[in-house]
Write a protein that binds this ligand. Sequence first.
Ligand code: GDP
Length: 296
Amino acid sequence: MLENLTTRLASVIKNIRGQARLTEDNIQDALREVRMALLEADVALPVVKDFINDVKQKALGVEVLQSLTPGQAFIGVVHNELTALMGTTHVGINLATTPPAIILMAGLQGSGKTTSSGKLAKLLTEQMKKKVLLVSCDVYRPAAIEQLKTLASQLGVDFFPSTGEQKPLDIALAAQDYAKKHYHDVLIVDTAGRLGIDEVMMNEISELHRSLNPVETLFVVDAMQGQDAINTARAFNDTLPLTGIILTKLDGDSRGGAALSVRHVTGKPIKFIGVGEKLTGLEAFHPERMASRVLG
Ligand code: GDP
């Protein structure tokens, strides 16, 4: 198994401890280790290159304060750069529109869209006191519609029924109409995913987006997908004006590689992270905390 990023960076940092100051020579090994660690953590190559260049420039320019060892100074630079790459501050959900605020969920099958729709409904209902309506447009998998219905009933959140015989757009528009009439603040639209990028799926979600004009278009991506997460993110970002990302399954693997590259490729904020299968397993994404987690 690959060594995880945390362990690798810990050993890098150990290696340069006790050095008098940061120089081109003595950070060379450390930079190489960071580069390897990021690549092994499935961070995309262009992201890794940019990151290494930034860290190098900043590390060489930095004045090592007397209270710090050069090693600590290096850790600080790596940490700051990681934080900057991941977005610096937490960006919350945007509901600033005429109700119902529509949240369109996009992503591959199995990424965690339906689960995240339920988690988001819970958060909006309980923490933000919003009246939420859930709808599924996954007409290809009746089980997915049932799954969302079950989540809605567990949460006591309204659910707009749909069937496999309907068209996704008809379902969504009917749900929007229903939400308007019943004064829902938020309509969460779960959509069909595929196992890979597929033109029919992309056309379908583009059409949903054009007609619904959602205030949030959230790309749901599995953090365990590694390099594939980058390609998926690029494809969805090219097709849809994404407003944010939900990075799921961060409970399964502690490496934060996907967070770095998905953010870099899309330029969109990661708004939430999925940290478990339960409906309570959704947390706000904090770049600073993620950087610390990546560094260990
Ligand atoms: P969808 O096809 O995109 O709607 O994906 P689902 O919501 O059905 O999720 C696929 C699988 O991933 C299910 O077994 C979920 O329980 C699981 N899952 C979703 N989010 C998370 C998460 O944050 N952590 C873990 N461990 N599992 C998750």
